[in-house]
Design a binder for this molecule. Structure first.
Ligand code: NAG
Ligand code: NAG
Ligand code: NAG
Length: 269
């Protein structure tokens, strides 16, 4: 389906709710949509030794967390590289804002300095409403504070609150076993191995993925709930929140497609 305007969306849901599955299906269904993953951007920038990647790598080597501002810069430079976000006269504005903020003049000596160190909020950004400038942002923002910072750069216009009953996710996780060497996945309800605990083909033992340990998952869920509540409330106040419920990805996808199509699809009147 073709879009009538740019969709800038994020999917929020508990670990194990199937955000990755929904993202894949959305990309297939709506070819104008791309995925921007902050984790992928980080890895790619480190690998390509970009100024931001070098900066991030040294932060990680010190054992420090990557600051939100770095993640924002990664997203920003990705959007700029697609032409989906533009700035007015960056060099001049960088120098003006640096002196206005009483900062030293070291930024602005280098073209890269704009993206690595100029104050993000001193810029005026123009974002494209072209339907091809549509993306699902993955991995960021996770907190309301991060969402506020992102709002200043480019407004998200649909946030999907994906919900599946906790008991059902837990059940799914507890029933999932993998044959680690091949990646074959079994679940004891729908697709049980022929012999309990053994891979059908090699007969080797099945294991549980670390993420599928129920206690690990419960800890992640609790953390998720603490941070996502204010995040969702933030977007609810902005009027862009939409909640979808379902017991499985197959139940959720058609509802998501329909809502997305209604919001961004080309009008067929
Ligand atoms: C169980 O496995 C089948 C086949 O791989 C899959 O279609 C189904 O979604 C899985 N169910 C759960 C609850 O994970
Ligand atoms: C997100 O969905 C859950 C479950 O349907 C609901 O309880 C919660 O209120 C929703 N969050 C917001 C902010 O609407
Ligand atoms: C989802 O699962 C709940 C039990 O947790 C059940 O009551 C409900 O009927 C299920 N919904 C659908 C549409 O299958």
């Amino acid at each position: 389906m073709q879009l009538s305007r740019a969709a800038r969306i994020i999917l929020v849901g508990a670990p194990g709710v199937g955000k990755g599955t929904q993202t894949e299906r959305m990309l297939k269904r709506f070819p104008q949509l791309s995925s921007i993953s902050s984790g992928d951007l980080l890895r790619e920038n480190v690998r390509k030794r970009t100024p931001l990647g070098i900066q991030a790598e040294s932060t990680m080597k010190r054992g420090d967390l990557i600051p939100d501002s770095t993640i924002l810069r990664l997203i920003l430079s990705e959007l700029i590289s697609h032409g989906w976000l533009t700035t007015d006269a960056p060099r001049t504005m960088t120098l003006n804002s640096a002196s206005a903020a009483g900062a030293t003049a070291e930024s602005g000596d280098d073209d890269d300095a704009f993206i690595t160190s100029s104050p993000l909020t001193s810029q005026k950004y123009n974002f494209s409403e072209d339907p091809n400038a549509s993306f699902i942002l993955d991995g960021f923002p996770r907190t309301a504070a991060q969402a506020l910072q992102l709002d200043d750069l480019i407004p998200i216009n649909l946030v999907v609150n994906i919900t599946t009953p906790t008991a059902i996710i837990l059940d799914r996780i507890c029933n999932r076993w993998v044959h680690a060497p091949s990646g074959r996945v079994y679940n004891t309800t729908f697709n049980a191995p022929k012999e309990e605990g053994k891979d059908d083909i090699t007969g080797e033992p099945l294991t549980r993925r670390a993420d599928d340990d129920p206690d690990t998952w419960k800890n992640r869920l609790q953390k998720f709930e603490e941070t996502s509540m204010p995040l969702l409330e933030h977007y609810d106040r902005k009027g862009v929140l939409w909640t979808v419920q379902g017991n499985s990805s197959d139940e959720i996808s058609p509802k998501l497609f329909a809502e997305f199509g209604k919001t961004f699809g080309r009008n067929q009147t």
